[in-house]
Design a protein around this ligand. Structure first.
Ligand SMILES: Cc1cc2nc3c(=O)[nH]c(=O)nc-3n(C[C@H](O)[C@H](O)[C@H](O)COP(=O)(O)OP(=O)(O)OC[C@H]3O[C@@H](n4cnc5c(N)ncnc54)[C@H](O)[C@@H]3O)c2cc1C
Length: 423
């Protein structure tokens, strides 16, 4: 029977990094990947540019990751952002840091990042088998994992190993191969699964406004989340209107909470502050000034000073102001309605998009069932976890890939150590 020291289920980022580490320490490693190539998801990260990691400090990372970010303390201290940057550099990928500590390849090509990691794995003699879908875990008489069964071109095969690392990802963008198999494998071994749901996902809203504004992207706006009438949180930055509702970076970030609020049957509104730099007073002064300066112009023309063109028809419908009125004819009541539109353009959230459009999956294998010092299952011997399959998810900004590298590196290292290999 064929045997490897380590079998890795899934050739995504976490699996490949785990393979690099275990093989570097001397272990023989087989990666089984069900797609025809490795790292399909990595190729589409950062809109094809790959936001590799973030240069924030470890303690800052904990603010961007849920639900139990401190679980990652050891994994981060073992392999962090500087380490992945160094690994990529060693394999020919130069990186650049952008706004908010986001790190990208200088070439702006996610494919360069994948190639570098694959080159590292190949240099260490990692074997990768494609079209190889792991179907089952294999146990010895003591109920310890000792290999897997997988299907390849319609044939069932078995391979034995000292340990198995589950790196199957979550459920998001299932066309990239991550469609939830890891949960089934873990459940079969007795693990529980924290309910999985889409995170970093666009939101669907009631009414026609978003649809009328579809395609419009706004920078420097503030989105405020209201749950059952109470202000919950806010995000400042860029957003996008779509035919079904709201998307773009700040909406994806708040979606992590909104999805749970909706699932818990709360009423959720999101109000957009189009002029976050101006408080009520300053905004009022600005409006008074504009209306006075252009007192003989139609408000239809004055509005062009305030909004992108696409918003203007919506503005008139929502404020019920006659566009033919001139600046000097605008009443104080109408000015209040203008301010309201600018500061609180409100949408009722009716739902969220599916896993097909979710950047990340929330939920998965509970961290309480995994040893944070090794990534080994606390329930079954010789079985490890890494990456998005674990119940951890981060904001946009490079945090999710860093979770995958750090947990992958630690899982690979722990397997090799457990088998007697030394650094
Ligand atoms: C559109 C998009 C953009 C993103 N951009 C960024 C970004 O710029 N920066 C960032 O930090 N994060 C980003 N992310 C998130 C990031 O890509 C993931 O967090 C990361 O890829 C998770 O790595 P993973 O190895 O856990 O899972 P994956 O990368 O999903 O890999 C899992 C692998 O396991 C394989 N597999 C599954 N089941 C089996 C099975 N039964 N047998 C064999 N193989 C199996 C799959 O085919 C897949 O190749 C983005 C995600 C998406 C969807």
């Amino acid at each position: 029977m064929e045997k490897f020291d380590v079998v890795i289920v899934g050739g995504g980022v976490s699996g490949l990094i785990a393979s690099c580490r275990a093989s570097e320490m001397g272990a023989s490693v087989l990666v089984l990947e069900k797609m025809q190539r490795a790292g399909c998801k990595l190729l589409i990260t950062g809109k094809g540019r790959c936001n590799i990691t973030n240069t924030a400090s470890q303690s800052e990372y904990f603010n961007y990751i849920r639900p139990k970010s401190k679980f990652l303390k050891y994994a981060f201290s073992n392999f962090f952002s500087k380490d992945i940057i160094a690994l990529l550099q060693k394999n020919g990928v130069e990186t650049v840091e952008e706004r908010g500590g986001r790190v990208f390849p200088k070439s702006n090509k996610a494919s360069d990042v994948l190639e570098a990691i694959l080159n590292q794995a190949k240099a260490n003699n990692v074997e990768i088998r494609y079209d190889s879908k792991v179907e089952k875990l294999v146990y010895d008489n003591n109920q310890s994992v000792q290999g897997v069964e997988y299907s390849q071109n319609g044939q069932f095969k078995k391979v034995l190993s000292g340990s198995v690392i589950i790196c199957t990802g979550g459920m998001s963008y299932p066309a990239t191969g991550s469609d939830g198999d890891g949960y089934t494998l873990a459940e079969s071994a007795g693990h529980t699964i924290e309910p999985v749901r889409p995170a970093l996902v666009p939101l669907e809203t009631k009414g026609e406004i978003a649809k009328r504004l579809q395609g419009l992207s706004l920078k420097n706006v503030k989105a405020v989340v209201w749950m059952d009438g109470k202000k919950q949180r806010e995000e400042f930055g860029e957003m996008l209107f779509t035919h079904f509702g709201l998307s773009g970076p700040i909406i994806l970030t708040i979606s992590r909470y909104v999805v749970d609020d909706i699932r818990n049957k709360h009423r959720v509104n999101i109000s957009i502050d189009l002029k976050p730099a101006l408080d009520e007073n300053k905004l009022d002064n600005r409006l008074l000034r504009d209306l006075e300066e252009h007192s003989n112009k139609k408000i239809e023309n004055i509005a062009k000073l305030w909004f992108p063109k696409k918003i203007i028809p919506v503005f008139f419908d929502e404020t019920d102001i006659n566009p033919d009125k001139e600046g000097h004819q605008v009443t104080s009541k109408e000015r209040r309605r203008i301010k309201m539109f600018m500061k609180e353009l409100t949408f009722q959230v009716k739902g969220y998009r599916s896993f097909k459009e979710a950047v990340i999956t929330a939920g998965g294998i509970p961290t309480s069932e995994i040893d944070s010092k090794t990534m080994c299952s606390k329930l079954v011997n010789n079985m490890y976890f890494a990456g998005e399959v674990i119940d951890l998810d981060g904001d946009t900004g490079g945090f999710n890939l860093q979770i995958a590298y750090s947990t992958g590196w630690l899982a690979g290292q722990s397997c090799a150590k457990a088998l007697g290999y030394k650094d």
